[in-house]
Write a protein that binds this ligand. Structure first.
Ligand code: PRX
Length: 635
């Protein structure tokens, strides 16, 4: 018998030991007992981090939607699978049962097929948080198409880059989206993006806002009439365990976003198993993750993990502050939410409102609180613990990444004693190590270093779409035979992990990963700009905010500096999206550079953080004088 559901600490340690000593047996037992396979695997694991290559359950055949939908029909057909809470609280919530979801996914799958989409084709999904978004993912999976969801807050340029990178044939979108009291012209953004995407043959449009939009003849089709005609049965494609399930883009330190490729079987097993344990999900709990499906958190813990467990997963279209800052608490009360998973940036924004709003709601249904996406600071942790959880709902501070597919280090609620700001212990199957800068492993406790994982787990991303070399260079070349996470971490006296933050040029703003290079590239497109450098600095709510140092081509020219700042942010919004806008822009005549011409970001970071007492060694700089100048003008 596998230990699918861990219930106490001793059991965790026992399960963990087994997962390290006999990883193949461990995962094989879980896969065997808890999932539906059309054909079992020939080999549990093949791996070589030097290539790098990882394969789980090779030779197996399955369809993930049969695991998320079909197998629940007999026992959970009428159970709510997705509970949809619209942006506008006046609009009724919609409970979609497993049977209804099954039928809607099958209909959508038939429509995709009728549009010529076949196994292995890429489909781009650019939709707001409405049921069609979850349905689209599953419909692709049903027919073996590879979905590439692009977060609907990205700009048209960001969208077209992603569509072209993976040669998507079809785009699923909506006429518009609601975001609080705003309506966003999603279809207009798609139209603009598609001007530079010759490979897209079809656009399927869901009606949401009723906005007046352009439909391009021969390319754009309304979804609703097609759905009305479509059969509610679509034979699930038999898929290989290692066939790609989806591509999801994440920022890198340089240039193009990285299309992380996740494959079917390992991802399914790992997300389902972690969901069950990290949230201690028990039927008939109502589970709510506030992330957008456009991010990995939504893929794994709104759609696949919960549905593979037959859970009820809440899908919220709106934002925490609309119609007021009580919205999250209102939803928890209204739907009697049991597990609530959100990001530190949301917690900080809500904490800023005090406790008055929150006290108007009954939050007694809550059993587990989760945090994800960035380090949670001590103050936010206590506020969440004391006021939302009333000290009785454990907080799981779960650390993981787009690349890891599922939760890697986390307390298991009611099992692992929590400690503020600590992600605590690795999940079964995860073997973290801390490395020093010379490539030596830091053994024992009370050490701090770079976080790596030394053994594969089932949901590790297998490659970067179209660029395996970049995959190898980014994750497997810094430390020999290790997956390098890009994060720093420490291990305390009892072996608990605390994630200290990124050690590369990725900055996490409001829980969103942003690479410095693409933002700098955008800024440099402004005709007045010669060069720029971006760093992060601490921000009360966002965790980090962006500080830009910008060199103008003609520094002395009389230009309205505030106007220039607006124009620069406008370019960033167009190229990437509003999430990447800079909070502060300092115009400067130079940037501190090494003799080899590399910008010393360490110094710029300290200036932005107002830590100028100890700038470290600046003697190796090509232009040490510029440092004082920048300090004098710092914002
Ligand atoms: O730096 C870590 C931070 O978010 C990064 C991964 O971002 P992304 O791929 O967008 O996935 C976010 C959701 C899984 C990590 O490298 N991060 C994520 N969770 C935590 C965290 N930092 C500290 N504590 C966490 N719990």
């Amino acid at each position: 018998m596998s230990n699918y559901h861990i219930k106490h600490l001793e059991e965790y340690f026992q399960v963990y030991r087994k997962s390290v000593r006999e990883p193949e047996n461990f995962w094989e037992e879980i896969a065997e007992e808890h999932f539906l396979w059309r054909k079992k695997w020939d080999k549990v694991l093949t791996w070589d981090f030097t290539k790098p290559e990882v394969k789980w359950f090779e030779g197996a055949q399955l369809n993930i939607t049969e695991n998320c939908l079909d197998r629940h029909l007999t026992t959970r057909g009428d159970k709510t699978a997705i509970l949809f809470e619209p942006n506008n609280p006046e609009e009724p919530a919609e409970a979609i049962s497993y049977r209804q979801l099954y039928e809607r996914v099958n209909q959508m799958a038939n429509i995709l097929k009728a549009q010529g989409i076949q196994k292995g084709d890429r489909v781009c999904i650019y939709l707001p948080m409405i049921p069609e978004l979850a349905i689209s993912l599953l419909a692709c999976a049903r027919i073996g198409a590879i979905h590439s969801v692009v977060f609907a807050g990205f700009s048209s340029t960001a969208l077209s880059t992603r569509i072209n990178d993976s040669d998507c044939k079809l785009v699923l979108t909506s006429d518009g989206s609601y975001r609080g009291d705003k309506t966003i012209d999603l279809k207009g953004i798609v139209d603009e993006a598609l001007e530079s995407c010759p490979g897209v043959q079809t656009v399927l449009v869901t009606k949401r806002t009723g906005s007046d939009i352009q439909m391009k003849k021969g390319r754009d089709l309304w979804l609703q009439p097609l759905l009305n005609e479509a059969s509610t049965f679509c034979e699930a494609e038999s898929m290989g365990a290692e066939d790609p399930l989806f591509i999801l883009y994440t920022s890198g330190s340089t240039g193009m976003p990285k299309g992380m490729v996740h494959t079917i079987a390992g991802y399914m097993v790992y997300t389902a198993y972690t969901f069950k344990n990290a949230f201690q999900y028990r039927e008939p709990d109502v589970y709510w993750c506030t992330a957008d499906i456009g991010w990995i958190t939504g893929h794994s813990y709104i759609v696949y993990g919960p549905l593979a467990n037959g859970a009820t997963t809440l899908l919220f279209e709106g934002v925490p502050h609309y119609p007021d800052f009580g919205r999250f608490w209102n939803i928890i009360e209204k739907h009697k939410v049991n597990q609530f998973y959100t990001a530190p940036t949301a917690i900080r924004a809500l904490a800023k409102q005090g406790t008055e709003v929150l006290e108007q709601y009954d939050l007694s249904s809550l059993k587990v609180l989760g945090s994800v996406g960035e380090p949670i600071n001590e103050e936010a942790w206590h506020w969440y613990n004391d006021n939302v959880g009333k000290g009785k709902s454990p907080i799981i501070d779960s650390w993981w990444q787009t690349e890891t597919g599922g939760i890697m280090i986390t307390p298991i609620p009611y099992v692992t004693p929590t400690k503020p700001t600590y992600a605590t212990l690795p999940f079964p199957g995860i073997q973290p190590v801390l490395m020093d800068e010379t490539g030596e492993e830091l053994k024992g406790n009370q050490v701090e270093g770079r976080l790596c994982i030394k053994f594969p787990w089932p949901s590790i991303a297998r490659t970067i779409w179209g660029n395996h070399k970049r995959y190898k260079d980014t994750y497997f070349s810094t430390f020999k035979n290790m997956y390098f996470t890009g994060d720093g971490a420490l291990r305390d006296e009892v072996g608990y992990y605390r994630i200290t933050g990124r050690v590369d040029d990725v900055i996490i703003v409001s829980g969103h990963n942003l690479g410095t290079a693409p933002i700098e590239d955008a800024i440099n497109e402004h005709p007045a700009v010669a060069e720029s450098a971006i760093v992060g600095y601490p921000h009360d709510i966002k965790g980090n905010a962006l500080y830009g140092y910008v060199i103008l081509k003609d520094f002395g020219a009389t230009r309205d500096r505030d106007n220039l700042r607006k124009e620069i942010n406008q370019i960033i919004t167009e190229q990437i999206g509003p999430i990447a806008k800079l909070d502060k822009i300092q115009f400067t005549q130079g940037l501190p550079k090494t003799r080899s011409g590399k910008i010393m970001r360490r110094i710029l970071r300290k200036i932005a953080c107002k830590e100028t007492n100890d700038l470290g060694d600046t003697s190796t700089l090509l232009n040490p004088d510029v440092v004082q100048e920048i300090i004098n003008e710092a914002l």
